[in-house]
Design a protein around this ligand. Sequence first.
Ligand code: G3D
Length: 183
Amino acid sequence: MGQKILKSLYSFQSYKEKKILMLGIDNAGKTTILNQLKLNKVVESIPSIGYNVEKIAFKNFKLSFWDLPGRDYLRKMFWHHYYNDNNALLFVLDSTDTDRFNEAKETLNMLIENPNMADIPILILANKQDIATMCIERIKEQLELNKYIGIRQLHVQGCCALNGKGLNEGLEWLSKILKNQKF
Ligand code: G3D
């Protein structure tokens, strides 16, 4: 038993750590997504004032999710401090909130166009699919993401944070890119 634990601890240490910046406007479902991911394989939680870091094992990676608050004034005040040295950006979208779709779109576009994000993959989780009426293709159109096809490593994955559907698929896409990442 002890041997087994030591072996898994040893193998976990050899997991490659990747830093994922997790952003989205407030109420998109970031906290619920992180809680759902933590149900699987949480490794370490580092709660902090203003942001949370959760380290989760996925495939051969230790993914550390840096979750920043999404309220408008906090976005303006804090986000830019965290744009450097990330391996990926995870953007969470509320697929149902048509009233705030433009706000989410502008926020996402600002991030995609930021030079710090130019070389990292961007996973967009179109959350709340359990109650969404827009299909993923329509969401991509509305977010004007088609212009990035073939140019950027960008993927839109539908998901439901409440039951976890779609989350693994999103992380699968991300891990394939991270596997070939040089940094
Ligand atoms: P945030 O951390 O991005 O601000 P939260 O968002 O995770 O706090 O979620 C905001 C609200 O959306 C919560 O409802 C939460 O339960 C709900 N939510 C999150 N993901 C889903 C989903 O996939 N489907 C549905 N139907 N609801 C979801 P409350 O009522 O607690 O504010």
